[in-house]
Design a protein around this ligand. Structure first.
Ligand SMILES: O=C(CO)[C@H](O)[C@H](O)COP(=O)(O)O
Length: 294
């Protein structure tokens, strides 16, 4: 905008000038395309990546059936391998499907993979949900919430006719708390976090319970739902009864959801370091699927 006389420009002229400058900036700087999800398909991956990929591919091949139309996608670093295997089923297989996310990362993964996005309020019943886990015991009870997504993950796990876990060998344990020492993730409303912490310390005897602080941000982690996360460690003896602990925590006022998923999974697939996959079923069956050359 040229102002050839010395009069004060009108608000409309200032607004036009700002719009012109904004257009210049945005049109000059192309928005880079969304990077494809980090998957193991493009080449060598660390052991855990390969183990995660094996678990995910095996689970998809077994449980994402051609007739399934509504599919829940979990969160974390294993589910990108789930999505890559689903995409590899082909456009024809996926064109009539809708994919339900469990948070921001899950949603971006679905969209950037070119799959149709839906929401659990549109599709309250899901054919199959596939998700990662922080640790899984012999009864397929699991700790989830390492990535602070367990509220939406539990909603989709419950909404699914079949809920499947995929993980690398480190998550396959006899009792919860064996390897995953951070504690049970608990989503709480920010207003009540101090009270929940006090009750965990003094009533439920988890003296090391702490508010999860962010790394790349000052202050606490904030979930996709605008809540805080508390991590509450319990001794292994108590973790042998995860349902009991989950119920006790859930009763604390201010708790939104607890990262213990009990009696929910149909099966869990663990990628092993030797390239084999261990499949554990909720009826106690255990399958050892040998490594292939793929
Ligand atoms: O519960 C979760 C996020 O809240 C994740 O599924 C869980 O933390 C496992 O993540 P990863 O696949 O990266 O090991």
């Amino acid at each position: 905008m040229e102002n050839d006389d010395k009069r004060t420009p009108t608000l409309r002229e200032i607004n036009n000038m700002l719009n012109e400058r904004l257009h210049m900036i945005t049109s000059a700087v192309p928005i880079p395309p969304m990077a494809p999800p980090a998957t193991g398909a493009q080449g060598p991956t660390p052991h855990h990546g390969r183990s995660k990929q094996l678990a995910a591919w095996t689970a998809v091949d077994e449980h994402v059936l051609p007739e399934y139309r509504v599919i829940g996608i979990g969160s974390g670093s294993t589910v990108p391998y789930v999505v890559e295997r689903i995409v590899s089923q082909g456009a024809e297989a996926n064109k009539d499907r809708v994919f339900i996310p469990t948070g921001f990362q899950s949603k971006e993964l679905i969209v950037s993979s070119g799959l149709s996005l839906g929401d659990v309020d549109q599709y309250p019943t899901i054919d199959v949900t596939l998700d990662g886990a922080d640790e899984v015991d012999t009864q397929l009870n699991c700790i989830k919430g390492g990535g602070a997504c367990h509220l939406r993950e539990k909603v989709l796990a419950e909404a699914a006719t079949t809920f499947i876990l995929v993980a690398d060998y480190r998550k396959n344990v006899e009792y919860l708390g064996t390897n995953f020492k951070a504690g049970v993730p608990i989503e709480v409303v920010p207003f009540a976090y101090a009270k929940v912490l006090q009750n965990l310390h003094q009533v439920l005897n988890s003296p090391k319970a702490t508010l999860r602080m962010a790394v790349a941000k000052a202050g606490p982690v904030v979930s996709d739902n605008g809540n805080f996360i508390i991590d509450a460690p319990f001794d292994v003896e108590r973790m042998k009864e995860p349902y009991k602990i989950m119920a006790q925590i859930k009763m604390l006022t201010g708790v939104v959801e607890v990262g213990l998923f009990c009696h929910m999974a149909r099966a869990a697939y663990f990628g092993n370091q030797d390239g084999s996959v261990t499949a554990k079923w909720n009826d106690g069956k255990i399958q050892e699927i040998p490594a292939t050359n793929s």
